[in-house]
Design a protein around this ligand. Structure first.
Ligand SMILES: NC(=O)c1ccc[n+]([C@@H]2O[C@H](COP(=O)([O-])OP(=O)(O)OC[C@H]3O[C@@H](n4cnc5c(N)ncnc54)[C@H](OP(=O)(O)O)[C@@H]3O)[C@@H](O)[C@H]2O)c1
Length: 288
């Protein structure tokens, strides 16, 4: 099949991308550890089972690449996959990378460098997802249960982006006709405005009518919380350390890439909050 293999095809960005591609008549193969029985274009794919990689790549000419989540070292699993994709003549890979550089995680930087090094392959450096404020993400879980955000990021701002706008940018890049040598190989994807957790909490409060408190904690305490939510220790520590960088202003930036690629402005946090207001309040008041 000439079309797009969407890894992470059941996730927040991947599922939105599949919808956009299929809506535009582009065949999309949904990769998942548990492929949907009713979808003839769903394929079993598990990063931890390299035997599933070849079948997923067979016949596709483009790949949306969501690397293994919850790890600081994706290269051992993704490196051979990239080599096979190249060998099979995949002409475009769009890597879902991150604007935030995890400390002590050179493997993620190496992965982005390997993608950028191949002509026509591109890296999407996405800012923090607005969907982190929804369950099942620990931030969203805590807002729902306790009306509270605990953060080590202080008043540092992030260019929060709706995952659906990442999908729209990816769709544009994966369906664009030609690949010009002068095309960028790296896109910083953000929402329209950088916001602190306090700003975001105020917007959620305004749309739910319920106060959301922001409690400042230390990075160690944050890491312990992430571990308690089930994250591997190394990854939890890295994510908590990222907040220290946010506090220092490292993620306080926005780009015009979504507009440039899709012709549409990215969704604002207020639009996101309005759309999801009932998800923060569905079962009555916050449990304090
Ligand atoms: N959250 C953020 O703020 C943020 C910011 C920038 C970049 N990112 C990046 O965005 C990506 C998605 O993150 P997310 O947490 O939001 O995830 P998500 O959209 O909820 O999706 C996770 C996806 O990964 C798939 N998956 C999980 N384990 C897998 C495995 N062993 N083999 C194959 N597929 C597997 C899942 O598919 P199945 O369960 O169906 O197998 C699912 O489709 C991550 O790479 C993350 O680094 C996130």
């Amino acid at each position: 099949m000439t079309g797009v293999l969407v890894t992470g095809g059941t996730g927040k960005t991947g599922s939105a991308l599949v919808e956009l591609l299929r809506g535009n008549g582009v065949p999309a193969r949904v990769a998942s550890r548990r492929p949907a029985a009713g979808d003839p274009d769903a394929v079993r794919f598990d990063w931890n089972d390299p035997a599933t990689h070849s079948a997923a790549l067979r016949g596709v000419d483009r790949v949306f690449l969501v690397p293994p989540i919850d790890t600081v070292d994706p290269m051992p699993l993704v490196g051979p996959f990239l080599a096979e994709a190249e060998h099979r003549g995949v002409r475009r890979v769009a890597l879902l990378g991150s604007a935030i550089v995890l400390p002590n995680a050179p493997s993620a930087l190496e992965l982005a460098a390997q993608v950028r090094a191949r002509p026509g392959w591109v890296v999407l450096r996405a800012a923090g997802f607005m969907q982190n404020f929804l369950r099942p993400h620990p931030v969203g879980e805590r807002i729902r249960r306790h009306g509270e955000i605990r953060t080590a990021a202080g008043d540092g701002r992030v260019g929060w982006i709706d995952a659906r706008d990442i999908a729209a940018a990816a769709a544009a890049l994966l369906t664009g006709s030609g690949i010009e040598p002068r095309d960028p190989r790296d896109y910083l994807l953000t929402g329209p405005k950088a916001l602190s957790y306090r700003d975001a909490a105020a917007i959620i409060s305004a749309h739910t009518g319920r106060p959301v408190r922001v409690v400042t904690i230390g990075a160690d305490e944050q890491a312990a919380g992430y571990r308690a939510a089930g994250m591997p220790a190394e990854f939890a520590a890295a994510l908590a350390a990222v907040e220290v960088g946010i506090r220092a202003g490292r993620e306080d930036r926005v780009s015009t890439a979504v507009l440039d690629l899709t012709g549409r402005s990215p969704r604002t946090f207020a639009e996101f909050a309005q759309e999801h207001a009932t998800e923060w309040t569905a079962n009555g008041p916050f449990e304090r």
